[in-house]
Design a protein around this ligand. Structure first.
Ligand SMILES: Cc1cc2nc3c(=O)[nH]c(=O)nc-3n(C[C@H](O)[C@H](O)[C@H](O)COP(=O)(O)O)c2cc1C
Length: 183
């Protein structure tokens, strides 16, 4: 079984999670999307992105377009909380970029927001939709400590569960082919 971990990362958060996943999966191949090989020759693809404007960042999207008819596990980092509606909607949008592949699971965690972006948002007028309020500042401060050790450990456990799920799905596929050929 050949496993590819392809990721995009601007400030290092998603790369950290990608590296944790590789640690959990000896023999897997890890690449930034800019140098990643053709996904066709892999059996299972872990596709990593950072959330930009509520979907995968542009470089990740470019690579995602090359993934056809594959088993894919999506992972990413974002400024919002991973259990928020925004995180849920963002994941849904990314999964929709893979209409002919099977998205077998997903993992998100928070990632520190680029200080340059925080500076810019801090200067926005109060009526601007991204102007900081107390809740938003708390979220930025919380994000600043991620991904942490716990996020990386969760990513490792998740990666192992994905491989198991993928193997179970494959076994199920073989069994149903066998059953159909018997009846
Ligand atoms: C230009 C820009 C746009 C972003 N857009 C979003 C967004 O729509 N939603 C969100 O939750 N976080 C957003 N973020 C936060 C990043 O997704 C987050 O900091 C991520 O961990 C960065 O990952 P990286 O270090 O791998 O580049 C944005 C950050 C930047 C710099």
């Amino acid at each position: 079984m050949k496993i590819l971990i392809a990721f995009s990362s601007k400030t290092g958060n998603t790369q950290k999670v990608a590296e944790a996943i590789q640690n959990a999966l000896p023999g897997s191949e890890l690449y930034h999307v800019e140098t990643a090989p053709n996904p066709d020759k892999f059996d299972l693809i872990f596709m990593g992105f950072w959330v930009d404007k509520g979907t995968a960042d542009e470089k990740a999207q470019e690579y995602i377009q090359k993934i056809k008819h594959k088993s894919v596990a999506l992972f990413g980092t974002l400024g919002a909380y991973p259990d928020s509606q925004h995180a849920h909607d963002s994941l849904k949008k990314v999964a929709e970029l893979l209409p002919d592949s099977q998205v077998i699971d997903r993992y998100l965690c928070q990632g520190a927001i680029d200080p340059k972006l925080i500076d810019w948002m801090s200067g926005l007028p109060a009526e601007h939709p991204h102007a900081p309020d107390e809740e938003r500042r708390k979220r930025w401060n919380d994000a600043a400590n991620h991904p942490d050790e716990t996020d990386c450990q969760k990513a490792k456990d998740w990666a192992n569960s994905v491989v198991k799920k993928w193997q179970d799905l494959k076994d199920l596929g073989h069994k149903s082919i066998l059953l159909t050929s018997l009846i």
